[in-house]
Write a protein that binds this ligand. Structure first.
Ligand SMILES: *C/C=C(C)/C=C/C=C(C)/C=C/C1=C(C)CCCC1(C)C
Length: 255
């Protein structure tokens, strides 16, 4: 029969109480916890604020909340894997990205739709994201000893997205929109893609076997870099959409 002590022991070693294993100096572990809570809080914020904006912006805010919510759920699992094994939760990382990066493409499409964006633009950006993420995953896992080659293939997808938002049809639609709020937000989002997203290939280059920055950044810091990148990009991206939605919604009439 399970006595009380045995019961307490098994309760506290259950996944529910895994957090007790977070060591004082496990700084990467800290960022998994902070990332989880920040994504969770951001989701609550985006969902609640939907009631404050005009109808056509509600979908954009919903997508912002879904992006951070999907990330929060994956961070919930990634925290545990990190605490248990102190290794990268690569599968969860990429499952998260393969859902959230296409949703970020949807955000671009939604804000440009009123100015003539065609659905083909969305599919093109999603295809580039898939190429970028599938190649990145293969380089981090199955073909890790050839991570440089897969990193380069992945970068082709990244450059495709960069091209669309900086020079391609997405940029042209924004330029022709004659809407200063939209143009400001579009330019902020483009900077996120150029600077915020560039954080990820830097983390990837820490791969020990042939990564270009191996020895400069240790591979254990890859998760630190990815965690910071995710918080900046997912929450920051959502906030840009939020402020565009607020500034483009009709002001409430003074009483
Ligand atoms: C919320 C998650 C986001 C915005 C993730 C973005 C991920 C990338 C931009 C990843 C890019 C990569 C390369 C350009 C080359 C090396 C492999 C990757 C997948 C790390």
């Amino acid at each position: 029969m399970l006595n009380n002590i045995g019961f307490m022991e098994s309760l506290f070693s259950s996944p529910l109480f895994l957090a007790a294993n977070l060591a004082q100096n496990d700084y990467i572990g800290f960022t998994f916890f902070i990332g989880y809570m920040a994504m969770f809080a951001a989701s609550v914020f985006f969902f609640m604020e939907r009631s404050q904006v005009d109808g056509k912006w509600k979908t954009s805010l919903l997508i912002s909340g879904l992006i951070t919510m999907i990330a929060a759920v994956h961070y919930f699992y990634m925290r545990d894997i990190w605490l248990e094994t102190q290794t990268s939760p690569t599968q969860f990382r990429y499952i998260d990205w393969i859902l959230t990066v296409p949703l970020m493409c949807v955000e671009f499409y939604l804000i440009l739709k009123a100015f003539g964006a065609k659905i083909g633009l969305l599919w093109k950006m999603i295809a580039y994201s898939m190429l970028m993420l599938v190649a990145g995953y293969l380089g981090e896992t199955v073909f890790r000893s050839n991570s440089v080659v897969w990193g380069i293939i992945s970068t082709i997808g990244y450059v495709g997205i960069l091209y669309e938002v900086w020079l391609g049809s997405a940029r042209k639609l924004a330029n022709n929109s004659n809407d200063p709020n939209l143009q400001k937000a579009f330019s902020a989002l483009s900077w996120f893609v150029l600077v915020g997203w560039a954080i990820y290939p830097i983390g990837y280059m820490a791969i020990e076997t042939d990564g270009w920055l191996r020895g400069v950044i240790s591979v254990t810091n890859m998760d630190l870099i990815y965690n910071i990148g995710d918080a900046v990009n997912k929450i920051g991206f959502g906030l840009v959409i939020y402020s565009l939605a607020v500034s483009s919604s009709a002001k409430p009439k003074a009483a």
